[in-house]
Unconditional design. Structure first.
Length: 302
């Protein structure tokens, strides 16, 4: 996941590629479908394809599209550090939406443990908007997020939260279908749905002039990373649930924030580090509470 974020950031740092979001999303979905197709064929045969009606796959495909497009737009118009820290809000957002839509309730201690995560995000967001010192202004000036980046980031959190919840919901609704089988059906639907809109929305660059050879390598790599992320996300949500699956991703957040500050020129004494510690402290506390809760439930069943 870390490679995917930095690969996409590098791609969309090229101004001529910022307005090709639908094309990239469709490319990622087709790559995911082809990966699953290869995994389903001998000698691997890791999954057996199973047909699902379009009525069941269409809502999930739309959410899947927004889950890719909006975060990519956020990356195009904000720093990697802000993008990753804002994504910490996925956990409380999924918890709230899961309750509103399906009345799924978290333990009170788990809800309180998520409060520091939100506070930490606020601290980091505040300090990430401050100008860097004179020695680092030149290197960091381009990495500060813009109002569009903030807007796309917030919309992306809502879209990703709904998508995560729906993955778990459709697993329960369809019954007996595996993660790979569900993704195998929805990925091509999402891809072809976007292809119809590409000519009306995307603005294409002059590929031979505006896109250097190294960007083509990154584009191909982004497709590979995207397929692996899509497959792993479905597997994790199916096994752990929508809220806990977002917690799993915060190990990635620590890595990307550290690398983002290293590249951006901030020192380890920056006050924004406090926000990271507070946010991740809340996530760790949540994990401990949920593990104890699951152990208690197993004890009651036995």
């Amino acid at each position: 996941i870390t490679r995917q974020v930095f690969t996409n950031k590098s791609i969309f740092s090229t101004p001529s590629l910022r307005l090709t979001q639908l094309s990239f999303a469709a490319f990622h979905f087709l790559t995911t479908y082809l990966t699953l197709f290869l995994l389903s064929r001998p000698p691997l045969s890791l999954c057996v394809p199973r047909s699902i009606s379009l009525r069941d796959t269409l809502p999930l495909s739309i959410a899947m599209s927004l889950n890719v497009i909006l975060p990519n737009l956020s990356l195009a118009f904000s720093s990697v550090t802000f993008y990753q820290i804002a994504r910490v809000l996925l956990t409380p957002t999924v918890a709230v939406m899961n309750y509103v839509l399906y009345r799924s309730v978290l333990p009170a201690r788990a809800i309180w443990a998520l409060v520091p995560a939100c506070l930490g995000v606020g601290v980091v967001s505040n300090y990430d908007t401050l100008p860097a010192s004179s020695s680092t202004t030149a290197t960091r000036g381009r990495s500060h997020h813009q109002p569009l980046g903030i807007l796309f980031s917030l919309l992306g959190i809502l879209a990703s939260s709904l998508y995560t919840i729906w993955i778990a919901h459709y697993h329960r609704k369809l019954g007996g279908i595996s993660s790979m089988q569900l993704l195998y059906n929805q990925a091509p639907v999402a891809a072809f749905m976007l292809l119809y809109a590409v000519p009306f929305v995307d603005v294409f660059p002059k590929w031979r002039v505006d896109v250097p050879a190294e960007k083509w390598v990154l584009i191909l790599l982004s497709g590979l990373w995207a397929s692996l992320i899509n497959i792993s996300q479905f597997f994790i949500v199916a096994r752990t649930g929508p809220v806990s699956s977002t917690v799993v991703g915060h190990v990635k957040t620590c890595t990307i924030v550290a690398l983002g500050w290293l590249v951006g020129g901030r020192t380890v004494t920056d006050r924004a580090v406090l926000g990271v510690v507070v946010a991740l402290g809340g996530i760790v506390a949540y994990s401990v509470v949920m593990l104890k809760e699951k152990a208690r439930e197993r004890g009651q069943k036995s």
